[in-house]
Design a protein around this ligand. Structure first.
Ligand code: BGC
Length: 746
């Protein structure tokens, strides 16, 4: 990278942060760490940097713990947590407790919607509640450290891990990421119902080329700083306990060996005091990637870059002592890393309470209050994207309802990716919830057995069910295994015979409501045009069924909005709302492929940025979502048309609920910077508010704009707000709205 290195090989000064970090100003932790470290051998310090998986290949682990050779375990079964902890505390020389870790991403037993679905709520309280429930259920099971939130901004629906992300926008990801950290860590992450969180994957993993997992990333430093780093900075400021370095390389350097990211940015610029962990084998992989020329060199490169703990690779434990002896790694670097690990253990009060009291576990797991919170979260995460002629909600006098589709009763798949601990028997499916609600009005005919099923054997029964009904509820989507880590797709349409099933059902002429339960944005042009109403529900977790029933019946009025652009064809990808301005904008309707006359002349159609076959617009834009309520926006009004560098202006907008339902509208503030020293995006989200408006009433929404909100990274790598003309929109999504101009003055 072009940036200079600042090697911080001296012990870090602990700076203290806010969220759940009980070290706040507590000098005694630093003193305790110092006095413990004064007793430790080099090998014991290195042992603290070693994280092992206790799920497989772990026969040597108990003895290694006894020797002080393990600092942390991931994937330890609850029944064994106290046993291994006892070995660490009672049988190792210094009695240092273990840090027990696991991926508890969107729930432990009670599963909340996948993070991308939670992001559809744009609601920090939803996300916070999800993390809080996950923390409580995990902590009572012996877990004190989770690898979440995943805050990789991504433009890639092909990438399976988009399911774990919070979407394509840095501001939305920042707000929701901070809420997740607060939910996991609470005011004090040492509390019995909280866990330490981990911001991952630092950095730029979400931009893997062609959406293929583990692939390379090429992004300029300016865009890295505008798109990717802000959520990480936000959670660092909010006190997230740890960071995880990712698998990908960034502009040629693997991020797990990136001094630029870990030393210069994270420690140098942000002064981040917490522990950095590698990803699974990502230190070892520095060698596989051909960056380090041996496994020992990989260990040296990882620790010298600033990765404190080695997840699973074993390279630190195997090589660091000889690397110190050879002068390849300084002991001060090991001390620095060990100090961070021990500090975290003191912050979690593991030395005082190494054991987990699991006596109340049964009342915590799947607690009814948790299930209720999961249901509310799942309902707020549903996005209504089409509703012609008020097809929804279902009319109270409905006679028969056809429930069709492979996702209608997919108890396992509705939980989505990263569910290691939940049992499908606890999932309530849409079919179960709808039967509960509508009894024998429901006619169920799945049509196909699972999402990839290509058989049309079940079509006849599905069509017959549709014919007998007043309305069809068609549950389509993807099985859980089609998204998540290493689950990328080059074709992101609905798999199997699902589109054909929709066409067969639609041919009956009955109103069709399509509910899409997937782990990614799919290409759905046919599905959208042939449905009368459509809900994007994604994988909604344990309570997806009741939540969808709440929406269908209008017990809950839909309010979600898309946190990511839905392409109409995969060839449009990457497509995102805040792309950069071109010199040839599509500001007229371009000629589409079937409209081109034979032997048309080269210049006859004009020249603008678009695809002959896919136009310029996505299927559904970022920020889009409807409600049973309807909202009308007035033109925005500015308090002044000039903003000074030390000032603020306000923008107000009247929003009227012209519908029959009370509703919540997610009101979005966008700006465009018209001229910059670097080309600026078409639009950028700057703020949003969730506003409750009763039917027939209106409200005035006020946003404040200050120059810091208009900053971007310039060619000198400085965050600057440059004087000049701007437009501001207060809008229901990123594709519409009346703009108002203002000038940012010196
Ligand atoms: C993933 C991480 C995860 C880790 C531990 C890796 O494969 O990339 O996100 O936290 O495994 O399970």
């Amino acid at each position: 990278m072009k940036k200079h290195f600042i090697i911080l090989s001296v012990a870090v000064a602990l700076t203290f942060s806010s969220c759940g970090n009980n070290a706040g100003g507590d000098k005694s932790i630093a003193q305790k760490v110092d006095s413990l470290m004064s007793l430790m051998t080099l090998q014991e310090k290195i042992g603290q940097l070693n994280q092992r998986d206790f799920g497989w290949g772990a026969e040597d682990v108990p003895e290694l713990i006894r020797q002080g050779g393990v600092g942390s375990l991931l994937n330890c079964a609850p029944e064994r947590v106290n046993e291994v902890q006892r070995i660490a505390v009672e049988e190792s020389r210094l009695g240092i407790p273990l840090l027990i870790a696991r991926d508890v991403v969107h729930g432990y037993k009670t599963i909340f919607p996948i993070p991308l679905a939670q992001a559809c709520s744009w609601d920090t309280s939803v996300v916070k509640a999800g993390a809080q429930v996950a923390a409580a259920e995990a902590a009572v099971s012996g877990i004190k450290y989770t690898f979440a939130p995943m805050i990789d901004v991504t433009h890639e629906p092909r990438w399976g891990r988009i399911a774990e992300s919070l979407g394509e926008d840095a501001l939305l990801t920042s707000r929701l990421g901070v809420a997740m950290v607060q939910g996991f860590q609470g005011d004090d992450m040492a509390d019995a119902d909280r866990v330490a969180a981990c911001a991952k994957h630092f950095a730029a993993y979400g931009l893997v080329e062609s959406g293929r997992d583990y692939n390379s990333v090429f992004v300029s430093e300016e865009r890295l700083r505008d798109w990717v780093l802000p959520p990480f900075k936000a959670v660092a400021d909010a006190g997230v306990a740890t960071f995880m370095a990712g698998f990908n390389e960034l502009n040629g350097v693997p991020v797990s060996g990136s001094k630029f990211l870990l030393r210069d940015v994270l420690r140098g610029e942000w002064n981040y005091p917490g522990m950095v962990i590698s990803d699974y084998f990502s230190i070892d992989q520095l060698w596989v990637q051909g960056y380090s020329d041996s496994k020992a060199q990989a260990a040296a490169d990882g620790i010298n870059a600033g990765v404190d703990m080695d997840m699973m690779g074993g390279g630190y434990y195997a090589y660091l002592d000889s690397l110190v002896a050879a002068g390849e790694v300084s002991e001060a670097v090991i001390d620095e890393a060990c100090r961070r690990v021990l500090t975290l253990k003191y912050q979690l009060r593991l030395f005082d309470n190494p054991y987990t009291d699991m006596s109340g576990r049964d009342t915590v797991l799947y607690n009814p209050a948790h299930l209720q919170m999961a249901r509310e979260a799942a309902a707020k995460s549903v996005v209504l994207v089409k509703n012609v002629d008020k097809t929804l909600p279902i009319k109270p006098d409905v006679r028969k309802i056809a429930v069709i589709g492979p996702m209608a009763d997919a108890a396992y798949d509705q939980m989505g990716t990263w569910c290691f601990d939940a049992e499908k028997e606890h999932s309530v499916t849409p079919l179960a919830a709808l039967r509960e609600e509508y009894g024998d009005k429901i006619i169920y005919a799945p049509g196909t057995k699972y999402s990839r099923d290509n058989s049309k054997e079940g079509f006849a029964k599905a069509v017959a069910a549709a014919r007998q009904s007043d309305i069809v509820l068609l549950f389509l989507g993807e099985e859980a295994i089609l998204s998540g880590e290493a689950k990328c797709r080059a074709d992101i349409s609905l798999p199997g015979a699902q589109t054909a099933l929709l066409e067969a059902v639609e041919a009956t002429g009955k109103p069709v409501v399509t509910i899409v339960m997937s782990g990614r944005p799919n290409t759905l042009p046919v599905e959208l045009s042939k449905s009368d109403a459509m809900l994007i529900a994604m994988h909604g977790g344990t309570m997806a069924g009741p939540a969808i029933a709440d929406i269908l019946s209008a017990r809950t009025v839909p309010q979600g909005k898309l946190p990511v652009t839905f392409p109409s064809m995969v060839g449009q990808v990457p497509i995102y709302y805040n792309d950069y301005r071109t010199g040839r904008p599509a500001d007229y309707r371009p000629t589409m492929i079937d409209e081109i006359p034979l032997e048309a002349k080269q210049t006859s159609m004009g020249f603008c940025t678009y695809w002959l076959d896919a136009g310029i617009s996505p299927l559904l834009p970022f920020g889009y979502g409807l409600s049973y309520a309807t909202f009308e926006y007035s033109d925005p009004v500015l308090s002044s048309d000039t903003l000074t560098m030390d000032g603020q202006i306000t923008v107000t907008c009247d929003i009227k609920n012209t519908g029959d339902y009370d509703g919540t509208e997610i009101v979005q503030l966008y700006t465009r910077d018209h001229f910059g020293s670097l080309v600026r995006p078409v639009k950028e989200l700057k703020d949003f508010q969730l506003v409750d408006i009763k039917a027939g009433e209106d409200t005035t929404v006020t946003f404040t704009i200050s120059p810091d909100m208009l900053e971007f990274c310039n060619a000198d790598m400085r965050m600057v707000a440059e004087p000049g003309d701007f437009t501001v929109w207060v809008a229901p999504n990123s594709a519409v709205g009346a703009g108002k101009g203002f000038y940012l003055g010196e």
